[in-house]
Design a protein around this ligand. Structure first.
Ligand code: SF4
Length: 251
């Protein structure tokens, strides 16, 4: 049985369970919003999404929308589990990523892996990792606004297909692109935000933490919020200082 068939069967069984448990006269049952959404949502053809992601990766590999296509060795699309609950979004590939074709494989990548494995007690392959830009800026310079504008549609489609429960934006370029703001990472971290309905937490980029190890404590606080959200111990309640990207929820 394929994973899609198994998922569909679970949804059908859950619906039947809800139907049988409903009030015999009123035919109603009190459900939490999460469970109600689950049993009323159409079965999700996740394998189709995997193919759509592969197709998007091929589209990105052929992209020539900005000048970075002339200096890249290869595009860097993603790493990890496309069914992941947690997505890390970084800035752009560096030299190692450009050479190998995977995001976060250099020194900063090793620090991110340590955060995931040693800190979060997860496997790197349990999360999904990608960047705002899919091509390396020369000499690792900051992404230009025009490059981010041209590349962001790929990221939006990527996140639509992965549909994580939570996003962790790593550093200023990821945070400001996703949240459409000019606020600093220091101002954005410490609150829950929303990216098209997906809870989002901002923390420092691992490259920054390598330069400023004294900030690791703050980054670990951010990661702990993400962990508590994933285990259900914390709700992603937005404070008045947090932002929300308009545009409704991801379908
Ligand atoms: S950075 Fe993005 S928009 Fe620019 S060439 Fe690469 S994939 Fe295309």
């Amino acid at each position: 049985m394929s994973s899609v068939d198994l998922y569909n069967e679970i949804v059908q069984l859950t619906r039947e369970l809800v139907r049988r448990s409903a009030h015999p006269r009123r035919k109603t049952l009190m459900l939490s919003p999460e469970v109600a959404a689950f049993v009323t949502a159409p079965a999700t053809p996740r394998e189709d999404d995997t193919e759509a992601l592969a197709s998007l990766a091929r589209e990105v590999a052929a992209c020539t929308k900005c000048d970075l296509c002339t200096t890249r060795t290869q595009t860097v699309f993603s790493d990890g589990n496309p069914y992941a609950d947690l997505v890390f979004v970084g800035e752009a590939p560096g030299a190692d990523e450009d050479r190998i074709g995977r995001p976060f494989v250099g020194r900063a990548g090793q620090l991110l892996t340590d955060i995931i494995v040693k800190g979060m007690k997860m496997r790197r392959q349990d999360v999904y990792i990608c960047n705002v830009l899919k091509c390396r800026p020369p000499e690792n310079r900051d992404p230009l606004p025009e490059e981010k504008r041209l590349c962001e549609p790929y990221l939006i489609r990527q996140l639509e297909l992965v549909r994580p429960k939570v996003i962790c934006a790593l550093g200023a370029h990821a945070a400001t692109t996703l949240l459409q703001t000019d606020l600093s990472t220091g101002r954005l971290r410490g609150h829950w935000h929303s990216y098209y309905g997906i809870p989002l937490r901002v923390t420092y980029h691992p490259s920054y933490l390598l330069r400023k190890p004294e900030e690791k404590k703050k980054a670990w606080e951010d990661i702990q919020h993400v962990m508590r959200f994933l285990t259900g111990e914390e709700k992603a309640e937005r404070s008045s200082a947090s932002l929300s990207v308009p545009g409704g929820t991801l379908a």
